[in-house]
Design a protein around this ligand. Sequence first.
Ligand SMILES: [Zn+2]
Ligand SMILES: [Zn+2]
Length: 210
Amino acid sequence: MSAYRDAPPGPLACPRCRKPLPPLEVAACTHACGTWVSALVAGEVLTEVDRRPDPVTRWWRVRAPCPVCTDKMRLYGEDPGLLQGCAVHGYFVDGDTVVYTDLARGVDLTSLAELIESPALNAERARLRALEAEHDREMADQPRQREQAARERAAITAATAKRAFTEKLRTALCFPSGPGNAALLAEQLVALIEKVVELEERIRKLEASR
Ligand SMILES: [Zn+2]
Ligand SMILES: [Zn+2]
């Protein structure tokens, strides 16, 4: 989904109540949940502090999905002016937080509309378009990365199991439990060797599938 390319996006849904937001770059939810600020104009209506990502994204409220890309938004700003945002698409300031951000100064929608029409934001538009393309590539890459991580985890599990069995085998060989148990011991050894062979086969297959 794109905010900067080709087709104009339909009305965005409020990340809190899911009702359509007004089709504006600074759009207050009509149900008073809060205000959506598009990334394009965020530099005009929010301060740098408002737009500073919180390094730990600690959050006492439910983090909402970005209304454009549906990624869970991150935390931005500074307590008590904490807000959520997607670096590519924009920021959502909860209704009771607006007062702690630069939005409290009010937004002149007419001059903002003029600014959007002017070439002044072209560089920002291009930066966001590039950021969005990069984000799309990352998203497309995710299934492949998850698969690779799962393969690596499986290989580690198999290797750990193999080490444990090898250890048991070594213990059995070093401490035979007397002549009366020779047949039982042999049986256990065969079972262990079979298990090791099976695990080796699994590791070989995993390594081959990389
Ligand atoms: Zn709402
Ligand atoms: Zn987004």
